[in-house]
Design a protein around this ligand. Structure first.
Ligand code: ADP
Ligand code: MG
Length: 692
């Protein structure tokens, strides 16, 4: 039987079930996926140069013998290579599996950028290929492609499988765009582009092919976004929530402070949205501590004033607790009724809670994703806050799950999504184009900016002394330990040891407590309560405190091995302090071993501005794994780069919105392949039911 592009990759010549399992790790299931698994790098034959000629900042190729390999700190692989002219250190960040692909004594061809680091040249994260005996390709004349290898699957095996798939199936790849469109955009056909990427003829042609495939990827993403927006806006059955001057005054009286201008602008946006029967779908973006929760509470109270229920959905139980406390703080002496729907309720408690929600005996329901489980039915849900959960598609997944008891009268709630991850505005408009956006770009008055210090390990004693003085003045401190291994068991161990060390050797006169992800909800709650009450002086934790903890009295934060964190994460963590009237300091204990890590620490000491940090983050997003798109909630892209290809992204957005205007159901025959590709890529993630 001939191989088809929809066949499983295991049927490609030379793959088989064992390798197919490895391919799955690269998200390759079918022959089509394999054809879309593009090389991560190309080596031009003219590049080969002797080691002695390596230059700072240049991308070059050497052919050299491996002298030694070791796993260094933080899972970096470090190796030494030599040729007749000299030797060079080579590092791969956070890629321990590469160790088994490098063997001292053998010869490799390495292509990568060399950097001057601490006065020595080192080659960073090069692609590489072993040159076997009798292998003539050390100096062969063609461009070589390198694939994103994974443990047990080398670039070469991937190349062989891809070539087999190309031979048999390239002609089957469907073309999404008409010849006229391709001509207008000056882009090659999909088959020409895919062939060029796997069988490069010139780097110029590779560049054109890459743009074409990046465009296709962006186009599908923007199409999904445009259709979602249209889908959300099509409904007309959301409750109109009127905010009269009396209601407004009533709500504002709940807050013991005047709202900032930025908060008021966001509220004006929300009030306009919820007054209409088209459901609101709005993203409120604002730095940690900018007062998003208060803005959300305003919307919630507006719903309650209109006899609707409201829900707050959070990603973690700790964050749920946090919201409950805000609610208690502002609404304790009001008639508003709320409850927590958590995973740790007993069966009887849960049943009671569900009955109250269904009967309308409760106004605000707070919970994790448990809120969208089958058995939760609302009497009349009007307003939903989705916190810190701007992950692509989450809102959409949730949307179809809310249930109202009065089923003859469908009610679609208004949505407010809150995020503290500042995404540069241009990008937000394109990637989250299905949501309207309000930005809170101002902190409440009286906030003192957090001081940030870069501490080398040798500076620890002085740092501890500062913190000791803070604690004597009545303040408290966080100590954050990073992920050590992928297993949270290892993290827990590292944090546990750190807590013990601090209690015994550093802060013997104070109370040190430990918080980590493996504790059960009750224990976490107890530890947080002790910290909040001031009983505990120092809280050591793994990164579980990243979101939502609000203890004004905590004025110091130590981040151990800060070089291991991404910028967005560091910024989030730092936002936990500087929340009260006292001067706060964030200590980044770091010994960066790469230029990128050094820049990240530098940026953190220079600015507190989340938007600037986000811009820097996107610029710095260097060698892959450290800075995945995951932390931004952006969809994962294989070819396109949201920053470097921003012009293409805009072009794709334009084309996608034109298409939606012409043929929103993608029903025309010439759009059939677009529709198939859209469903294959985003159908499940976004429940594009109307299209399917
Ligand atoms: P975010 O959710 O954006 O991180 P919060 O809404 O939790 O921020 O607000 C942070 C802190 O600032 C809270 O203690 C909150 O009560 C307080 N706050 C919010 N808005 C104001 C304001 N306009 N004036 C003074 N304090 C405010
Ligand atoms: Mg908050």
């Amino acid at each position: 039987m001939a191989l088809r592009i929809e066949d499983k990759v295991q049927f490609v010549k030379g793959v088989g079930p064992v390798r197919a399992e490895l391919f799955r790790r690269l998200d390759v299931e079918t022959v089509r996926d394999l054809l879309y698994l593009f090389p991560r790098d190309y080596e031009e034959p003219t590049d080969v140069c002797p080691i002695i000629q390596l230059q700072d900042g240049q991308k070059q190729t050497v052919v050299a013998q491996c002298l030694e390999v070791r796993i260094a700190q933080w899972r970096h692989v470090e190796a030494a290579f030599a040729d007749d002219s000299g030797s060079v250190k080579v590092v791969w960040f956070n890629a321990p599996y590469l160790r088994n692909q490098l063997h001292p004594g053998r010869t490799y061809r390495l292509t990568g950028r060399t950097r001057l680091y601490r006065r020595h040249l080192q080659m960073q994260h090069p692609s590489f290929r072993e040159i076997g005996e009798g292998d003539e390709d050390a100096g062969d004349a063609s461009i070589q492609a390198t694939y994103p290898a994974t443990e047990g699957l080398q670039s070469r095996s991937i190349a062989r499988a891809v070539q087999a798939a190309l031979d048999q199936c390239l002609g089957e790849l469907p073309e999404l765009f008409t010849p006229a469109t391709l001509k207008r955009l000056a882009m090659p056909s999909v088959r020409a582009a895919v062939r060029e990427l796997h069988r490069p003829t010139s780097m110029k042609a590779v560049g054109r092919a890459r743009r074409r495939m990046a465009f296709e990827e962006f186009f599908l993403m923007e199409l999904a976004v445009a259709l979602r927006r249209r889908g959300l806006k099509r409904f007309q059955d959301a409750p109109r929530l009127a905010v009269t001057p009396a209601i407004d005054a009533h709500i504002r009286r709940r807050f013991p402070f005047a709202l900032t201008a930025a908060q008021n602008r966001a509220i004006t946006d929300i009030v306009a949205d919820i007054g209409a029967s088209t459901p609101m779908a709005r993203l409120v973006q604002g730095d940690v501590g900018s007062g998003k929760t208060v803005v959300a509470l305003y919307g919630i109270l507006a719903a309650v004033a209109n006899e609707c229920q409201a829900a707050i959905m959070t990603p973690t139980e700790i964050l749920t607790e946090q919201h409950l406390r805000s609610i208690e703080r502002f609404l304790a002496d009001s008639r508003v009724r709320w409850l927590l729907l958590s995973g740790s309720l007993s069966a009887a408690e849960r049943k009671k809670a569900l009955a109250r929600i269904r009967d309308g005996d409760v106004d605000i329901v707070v919970g994790t994703q448990a809120l969208i489980q089958q058995d939760v039915t609302f009497k009349r849900l009007g307003f939903v806050v989705v916190d810190e959960q701007h992950k692509f598609g989450v809102l959409q997944r949730a949307e179809s799950r809310w249930r109202n008891a009065e089923s003859d009268q469908p009610l679609r709630p208004h949505y407010l999504v809150m995020t503290a991850t500042p995404i540069p505005r241009t990008l937000a408009l394109t990637v989250f184009g299905d949501l309207d956006i309000s930005v809170i770009d101002e902190l409440p008055p009286g906030r003192r900016p957090v001081r940030t210090a870069w501490v080398r390990p040798s500076g620890r004693p002085a740092m501890y002394e500062h913190i000791r003085q803070d604690i004597r003045r009545g303040r408290q401190a966080y100590v954050v330990c990073p992920l050590v291994e992928e297993s949270d068991k290892q993290d827990m161990k590292a944090a546990t040891e750190e807590a013990r060390r601090l209690q015994k050797d550093v802060f013997a006169e104070f109370r040190v407590a430990l918080l980590h992800g493996r504790m059960d909800a009750d224990e976490k709650q107890r530890i947080m309560a002790d910290f909040r009450s001031g009983h505990t002086h120092v809280l050591v934790s793994t990164i579980v405190i990243e979101v939502g903890i609000d203890v004004e009295n905590a004025t110091a934060m130590v981040i151990e091995h800060a070089e291991r964190f991404g910028l967005a994460q560091l910024h989030q963590l730092r936002g936990r302090i500087g929340r009260g009237p006292h001067e706060s300091t964030c200590y980044l204990v770091a010994q960066p071993t790469t230029e990128f890590a050094e820049r990240r620490i530098g940026v953190m000491t220079e600015t507190n501005d989340g938007f600037r940090i986000a811009e820097e983050d996107l610029k710095l997003r260097g060698p892959g794994e450290f800075f995945g798109t995951r932390q931004h909630g952006l969809p994962e892209l294989r070819v396109g780069n949201l920053v470097e290809d921003y012009d293409l992204l805009q072009l794709a957005r334009q084309e996608a919105s034109d298409l939606v205007r012409q043929d929103a159901d993608l029903a025309r025959p010439e759009h059939r392949f677009i529709r198939d590709a859209l469903l294959a890529t985003y159908g499940r993630k976004m429940e594009l039911i109307d299209v399917g």
